[in-house]
Design a protein. Structure first.
Ligand SMILES: C[S@@+](CC[C@H](N)C(=O)[O-])C[C@H]1O[C@@H](n2cnc3c(N)ncnc32)[C@H](O)[C@@H]1O
Length: 259
């Protein structure tokens, strides 16, 4: 089970000490390796990139337009929020959500420093977000959804917040362990069940196919893994990017009324 105290402690530490080695890649070099564009790197201050713990590049496939409303789940210190702010322009809006108060404080500061007036950061858990139904065009996320044990509730919340036909583009860690090749004694070395590694993006990872199924069950269509990244947090994990579209639920009572 995810332990939010452990998660908040770790990401408070990252917020206070971005140069510390946590055992996983971060910073500008990592962002460049994921293909973050030079035009964003030129505009966003180098100290903001130091905090970036991206496991992939959700913008590679994201169809974000001027005027869109974007929501970033688990926004951390805000690199993806600032990139989104550039993409949606003054006529668009960007919301960031993070459970770690220190990350919310730093992301808000970074948005203020770049004069991004279209940005608002909320201190919420991503299964209970203080926004109205169907107010978002695009949801993005980077290395965060694996950190919760209630993933069904997260995708239900994303479904509630997206406008009809709204889309999600996210990067996250997936479980690539092969239990069939393990014997019982060895199984702990090739599975991601250890409680201790939730905060480090290991224990909460899911197999690619299981994650796709879970997103489909939440009411999304065209759910696709768009690629794998070089990122890893353990021998049994790998970064991956996904996209999905909110499908319209058929309400049978309304269908009956219409006939
Ligand atoms: C690995 S960091 C990634 C941050 C950012 N997306 C990036 O690319 O740099 C994960 C973030 O998710 C946040 N987080 C973890 N669990 C959360 C939850 N249940 N609700 C909201 N935020 C959460 C953490 O506080 C942390 O800032």
């Amino acid at each position: 089970m995810a332990d939010n105290t452990q998660i908040i402690d770790l990401y408070t530490e990252l917020a206070q000490n971005p140069k510390k080695d946590f055992g996983w890649d971060k910073g500008l070099v990592n962002a460049k390796a994921h293909g973050y564009k030079q035009e964003w790197i030129d505009v966003i201050d180098s100290k903001v990139w130091e905090f970036c713990a991206a496991v992939g590049n959700p913008f590679e496939k994201a169809e974000i337009k001027k005027g869109d409303t974007v929501l970033d789940l688990g926004c951390g210190a805000g690199v993806d929020i600032l990139v989104s702010s550039l993409l949606v322009g003054d006529e668009g809006k960007v919301f960031g959500v993070d459970i770690t108060p220190k990350m919310v404080e730093i992301a808000s500061k970074h948005a203020k420093e770049i004069n991004a007036k279209n940005v608002k950061i909320l201190e919420n858990s991503f299964d209970n977000i203080d926004l109205e139904d169907e107010c978002v065009d695009i949801v993005i996320s980077n290395g965060a959804i694996n950190l919760t044990s209630c993933k069904e509730s997260v995708f239900a919340e994303i479904y509630r917040l997206l406008k009809p036909d709204g889309k999600i583009f996210f990067a996250d860690m997936i479980d690539i362990s092969e239990p069939s090749s393990c014997n019982i004694e060895q199984s702990s070395c090739c599975s991601n069940d250890g409680e201790e590694d939730w905060a480090n993006c290991v224990a909460g990872t899911m197999k690619e196919g299981e994650l796709i199924e879970l997103i489909q069950k939440a009411g999304f269509k065209d759910v696709v893994c768009t690629g794998h990244t070089h990122y890893t947090t353990a021998k049994t994990t790998k970064g991956a990017t996904f996209k999905a579209t909110k499908a319209t639920k058929i309400v049978f009572s309304e269908l009956r009324k219409a006939h």
